[in-house]
Every structure is written in C-alpha cells, then in structure tokens.
Design a protein around this ligand. Structure first.
Ligand SMILES: *Cc1c(COP(=O)(O)O)cnc(C)c1O
Length: 297
C-alpha cells in the first residue's frame, strides 16, 4: 500500500529562519492529498494488529470533518479490511466532503447522536461482532504512539534541537518523545482549550522506559478552542501561503505555525537552536470553509 504515498520532504522556512537558527517543516502533508500524515503513521500498528488477530473489519469514531475517519477508511481499504465509521451527529453531516471521501474508500457510516457518541463503550457493546477491531477516536493509544514514533525516521531529523507539533489527543507527540534523541526538545502546541489533562494522557501513552522523558505543552495558541479559526488565523494562513507556499489547515497546523512564529519573535528558543515543525497534514478539513476562503486547495 506504500506505492500510493509520496515522499516526505523537509522545507526551509526562509521567513522564519535566522542565520544561526534554521526553521524547517517536515511535510507529512505531502504523503497523500487526503490521508493526513500523522494519522497514517498512527494507524500502522493497529492495522497490523487487526490482521494478526484475524479481524475482518476496523471500526472507529469521528466527526464530520475528521482526518482520522478518512485516513482509517483509506488504510483499511489498502489493507484489505472492511471499515465502519461511527460518526457524531445525524445524517445531514453525511454531505461533508470528508465523509463522502470515506464512503468512497468503502467505509460504512453509522450516525450516532452526541450523547451516545460520548459513551463509546455503549456503541462498542451494541456491536458485539468478533470480527471487528476497534480503534479509538483519533487513533489514541499505545499502538498509535508507537506508529507515530516512525515520523522522526521519515527524514533525517537527527540534527534538530527543538521539534514542535500540534497536539490533539497527544498520541503523535508521545511518539515523537519515544523517538527523540537525547537532548532533543519535544514541544506540543495544544489546539484544545482547557486541555489541562493532556500531559498526564501523554505520560500514560509512554512505555515505562520513557515515562520520565521530558516534553512540554504550550496552551497559549488554541485560538478559542478546537477548530476555532478567527480571522487573524485565516489571515496568517494566507500570508504563510504567499511567503512560503506552505498550505496549513485550520484545526492543527496553522496554530502550530502561528505559535512557532510568535515564539521566535519572543526569543523563546536558545541561541543556535535548530527547529523542526511537524506538518501533520489535515488539509482536507479545510473543505469545511466557504469556497474561496483560502488561496490554496
Ligand atoms: C489528529 C491530528 C493531529 C493531532 O494528533 P494527536 O495525536 O491526536 O495529538 C495533528 N495534526 C493533524 C493534521 C491531525 O489530523
């Protein structure tokens, strides 16, 4: 299934870099136009595990614009497995391009009301089919964390002193912590408001050997909360496209890039830092915006 995926490259951000402080972006978004880079890495071991357990179907959860849902649909198809997506909301969300794409990859969509959605165990218990392999929302879990560790070997990342990524469930960040070399600082930008439990959630994803590895989470750049995208953020995304030809998404990577630029302006990083920003993909979610909002897509 790898042949449909493109290479991952590293892009120097001229407008962010200083002479003795390069700032690069790891373009996981370039692996596929629809499948979000980090979701692809996170799903790898779940799919292997499902096949090893002789399951024929994966089932998982997500919203109408979920990067995870569409990546899970694609990955299941590529692995010869069936897929079911339990979608938060009623049928009318089925018109989202994300869900149409997931359905085109063969995913069966099942709509659940918000209350039921919150109680994942009730959904799982209502489907006692032994052929189903369940994957948590967003790919959260230890196998997701192990998969995300592969992100740092997708290119030569050994020379960076600071590696930054966006944080939702924290699974990707925990994978970076697993794979980091001694002395590399892993820093997450939380895209959720009031996300104070995230550090503990990340620690619980790390194996006992890594439980005490340092990392940091910055909570200052959520822009009002998950998927909130005030005009200031949209303007920043347009500017970034114009100066660097770097497309970003409204939920994750725009907030990461904004945070990085702001922290650079505030001299947050030590002299001679070498900074890597993980562009985790997610561009398909921008289709939730009115047409013409962004100059790319
Ligand atoms: C899901 C997602 C994230 C967040 O990953 P977590 O492992 O949940 O923290 C970041 N960026 C993109 C594009 C995503 O789709």
């Amino acid at each position: 299934m790898q042949e449909s995926l493109q290479n991952i490259n590293v892009q120097r951000l001229r407008s962010f870099s200083a002479k003795d402080m390069p700032v690069d972006v790891l373009r996981l978004d370039s692996i596929h136009p629809v499948v979000s880079g980090n979701k692809w890495f996170k799903l790898q071991y779940y799919l292997q595990d499902a096949i090893a357990q002789r399951k024929n179907t994966i089932a998982t959860f997500g919203g109408a614009w979920s990067n995870h849902i569409v990546a899970a649909a694609f990955a299941a198809k590529a692995s010869g497995l069936q897929s079911i997506g339990f979608i938060r909301g009623d049928q009318h969300v089925a018109r989202s391009e994300t869900l149409q794409q997931a359905a085109a990859y063969g995913m069966k969509l099942s709509f659940v009301d918000r209350e039921t959605y919150r109680d994942k165990a009730s959904v799982i218990n209502a489907h006692p089919d032994p052929g189903i392999y369940w994957i948590m929302e967003g790919g959260y879990g230890e196998l997701g964390s192990k998969g995300a560790a592969g992100i740092l070997s997708s290119a030569d990342t050994s020379s960076y002193t600071h590696i930054l990524c966006a944080v939702g469930t924290g699974t990707m960040l925990s994978g970076l912590v697993r794979a980091a070399l001694p002395g590399q600082n892993i820093m997450g930008i939380s895209v959720l408001k009031n996300n104070s439990g995230i550090e503990a959630a990340i620690r619980s994803l790390l194996g006992s050997a890594q439980r005490h590895q340092p990392f940091s989470i910055n909570h200052d750049y959520h822009f009002g909360g998950y998927a909130r995208h005030p005009a200031e953020l949209i303007r920043f995304m347009i500017g970034l496209w114009e100066t660097e030809q770097l497309p970003t998404d409204i939920v994750y990577t725009s907030k990461l890039l904004f945070a990085a630029r702001d922290l650079l302006l505030k001299n947050h990083f030590p002299m001679r830092a070498r900074i890597l920003l993980v562009h985790s993909g997610g561009l398909q979610g921008n289709h939730s915006l009115p047409p013409g909002t962004l100059p790319f897509l």
